[in-house]
Design a protein around this ligand. Structure first.
Ligand code: KIV
Length: 299
């Protein structure tokens, strides 16, 4: 079912992304939000880890990505960076961290690399953010674009809908991608775009496209950790559930609860015994502990 992970342990860089596109080798990206998750996906051989603002829904219990803050993203990015040794770590810039002023956007983007250990940032938008992308790249910050369905604009779109269905939308998408490429973006996420449009756009670009719900014609694929592992309530059409970890966790915790309630846990192997005589001495001197506590209360 799955091809083997790459044998090379060399860290993945933005140059690796370009080389993989040139060699027509698919780029594998997945989200992660904490150190154990990052360790696991890194060990599985993914090329890149996205610390997505999807953390808002997958981990923080929000209904959308909109409430996620810079502090949330820095916290989760730093945790992921501590767990990743080979994969390229990309941090999502949250809503309103790059839309207000270019200076604020630049400072926020820099914090992901300088404070949290990310290798690159991702931000949503096409032509409108291209000048900002240029400034970030000029400042030494690699940028991944994100077009198509951009979840931070959910209320502008009026729902999570496939984008660029008509030729006008497809042309706008292509123009956005070309503007991002020209501005120096090293890759672009295409989310919920018809497969033929994504394939056409990918062929027009020298930088790789990373698809989610955008078909096999993209240069790589990204998926949300919880969707692939069966840990979310929602099963998007574009994700295969490769495991049912949610059900496995529920069943494991239910077994633990049953063992505690039936006094099967802890078992003999889970604890140590006191040395001989310790309990007798403790019984004889327990009144000293009571007197000490009473003395503390009187002070
Ligand atoms: O936040 C996220 O997980 C994303 C992916 C869906 C691309 O932006």
């Amino acid at each position: 079912m799955s091809a083997a992970a790459p044998e090379t342990a060399a860290p993945v860089t933005t140059a690796t992304f370009r080389a993989k596109k040139a060699a027509a080798e698919p780029i594998v990206m997945i989200t992660a939000y904490d150190t154990p998750g990052a360790r696991l996906v890194d060990a599985a051989g993914v090329d890149s880890i996205l610390v997505g603002d999807s953390v808002g829904m997958t981990v923080l219990g929000y209904p959308t990505t909109l409430p996620v803050t810079m502090e949330d993203m820095l916290h989760h990015t730093a945790a992921v960076a501590r767990g990743a040794s080979r994969a390229l770590v990309v941090a999502d810039m949250p809503f309103m961290s790059y839309q207000v002023t270019a200076e604020e956007a630049l400072r926020n983007a820099g914090r992901f690399l300088a404070e949290a250990g990310a290798h690159a940032v991702k931000l949503e938008g096409g032509r409108v953010v291209a000048p900002l992308v240029r400034r970030m790249v000029d400042a030494g910050i690699p940028v991944m674009g994100h077009v198509g369905l951009t979840p931070q604009s959910l209320h502008v779109f009026g729902g999570y809908r496939v984008q660029a269905r008509e030729s006008e939308g497809a042309l706008a998408l292509l123009t956005d991608c070309l503007a991002l490429e020209r501005a120096g973006a090293f890759a672009i996420v295409l989310e919920l775009v018809p497969a033929e449009v994504a394939e056409f756009v990918s062929a027009q670009l020298a930088i790789p496209t990373i698809g989610i719900g955008a078909g096999p014609g993209c240069d790589g694929q990204v998926q949300v950790y919880h969707d692939l592992l069966g840990m979310g309530d929602f099963a998007p059409k574009h994700a295969t559930r490769y495991a049912e970890l949610g059900e496995a966790i529920r069943a494991a915790v239910a077994s633990y609860a049953a063992d505690v309630r039936s006094r099967t846990a802890p078992a003999e192997r889970h604890f140590t015994h006191a040395e001989e005589g310790v309990i007798e001495e403790l019984r004889a001197s327990a009144s000293l502990a009571r007197a000490a506590v009473t003395g503390l209360e009187e002070e």
